[in-house]
Design a protein around this ligand. Structure first.
Ligand SMILES: *Cc1c(COP(=O)(O)O)cnc(C)c1O
Length: 395
């Protein structure tokens, strides 16, 4: 059996998106900046896609900027707000300890340039408190950046409350909505954000394409200089097939959202219930306020990387921490932020289900994961010490 349970890392392209990709690449090959007929036909597809994506987000098409993905959108939002703030003497940037590296590493870069960066804690449940955001904002604050849904533990952040606070205080607000868009309803008006990042490959679109939503009037600096594409804010000939495919994937995901999220919640509940029966295990992040397909666990005395390799042998694609952290020996910053100690954080497993997963998939996961955990524990020195009482169990 084969079970792909790593949808937070990336998703398989949807048939309708692949169809839109092929159709556009073949029949609309003109450069949207060209004045001739072929160019203008391509331009129409570009603007149609922009309009469709804007409609889903409840934004104005002029607020949609196509990028190479979520990382670029996060970079552009944060750098734009920071540099605009610096011009007014505002050099404080507020974010959380559980952001994606696209946000955290951009903030680190700005910190080296003299900005003050405040990363708010999230507590055991993995959710930042809007009140903490309010308390951290002062007259020097240029930006608040809080993700909508976490990519490792799936927890949903109170972005609407935070957006309200930022509007009251006159501070720019960016939200990394890469894990949320296409999976749960996302409306830029009700969030009240100035910037929002999304990425096509997280909802059945192609890799290497995404969107930065920037509210009209929000500062926007140019990261990629060149031609006048994207209202002069992002140069480079547009990847039109990918953009059309992203719009198709988004429309399809949103149309199916009701059905698929109900199914995912059912599968998620069953999976959480089943995995909780493994001794010395614990769910990461709030039980209720999380993305419908996310199941993240820690198993004490069970090395996460070994777990993944043995699961792979059983045909199960899963993840431990985020794709960006795997390969490094540092435990996930997200798991440390929710209070997992190093040893426990090393025994993490992230299963992220998608619309094509079935109940049979979950049954298979529940058959194999307990076996593999037991196997990995059987040759773990940490597990032996725990069993022999030389170490105290934490979970
Ligand atoms: C995947 C992801 C990104 C990066 O998006 P890319 O399109 O892969 O660059 C950023 N933020 C979050 C929360 C993500 O899950």
């Amino acid at each position: 059996m084969f079970v792909y349970a790593d949808h937070a890392a990336t998703t398989k392209i949807l048939p309708c998106a692949l169809e839109a990709y092929n159709q556009t690449a073949w029949a609309f090959y003109g450069n949207p900046s060209s004045l001739h007929t072929e160019g203008q036909r391509a331009k129409e597809v570009l603007e149609k896609s922009r309009g469709e994506i804007a409609a889903v987000l409840n934004a104005d098409p002029r607020e949609i900027y196509f990028t190479s993905g979520g990382s670029e959108a996060d970079n552009q939002a944060i750098l734009s707000a920071a540099y605009a703030g610096a011009k007014k003497g505002k050099r404080k940037l507020i974010s959380t300890a559980i952001e994606h590296h696209a946000v955290l590493h951009t903030l680190e870069k700005l910190q080296k340039e003299g900005f003050e960066v405040v990363l708010l804690p999230v507590g055991h449940e993995g959710i930042v408190k809007a009140e903490d955001v309010r308390d951290a904002i002062d007259e020097n604050t240029a930006l608040v950046s809080v993700m909508l849904a976490n990519n490792e533990i799936g927890t949903l952040q109170p972005v609407e409350e935070i957006g309200k606070i930022c509007r009251e205080k006159g501070v720019l607000f960016h939200t990394d909505a890469v894990q949320a868009v296409g999976h749960i309803p996302v409306d830029v008006q009700s969030i009240g954000c100035d910037y929002l990042a999304l990425s096509a490959h997280k909802f059945g679109g192609p890799k290497g394409v995404g969107v930065l939503y920037a509210k009209r009037g929000a500062p926007l600096s140019v990261l990629i200089a060149g031609g006048a594409q994207e209202r002069g804010k992002r140069a480079g000939t547009e990847d039109l097939p990918a953009i059309a495919a992203m719009a198709a994937a988004l429309k399809a995901s949103v149309a199916d959202m009701g059905t698929s999220s109900a199914l995912l919640k059912k599968l998620q509940t069953k999976l959480i219930f089943g995995l909780s029966r493994i001794p010395h295990s614990s769910l990461n992040g709030d039980r209720e306020r999380r993305l419908p397909g996310n199941v993240s666990f820690c198993f004490e005395g069970c090395e996460g990387e070994a777990l993944l390799l043995y699961l792979d042998d059983e045909g199960i694609c899963a993840s431990s921490g985020s794709a960006c952290t795997s390969g490094s020996l540092d435990p996930s910053h997200v798991l440390l932020a929710i209070g997992r100690v190093h040893d426990v954080a090393h025994g993490s497993l992230r299963l992220t289900l998608g619309p094509e997963n079935t109940e049979a998939d979950v049954d298979y996961l529940l058959e194999k994961i307990p076996e593999v955990v037991e196997k990995v524990r059987s040759f773990s020195p940490v597990w032996r010490d725990l069993r022999e009482g030389k170490r105290q169990f934490i979970l």
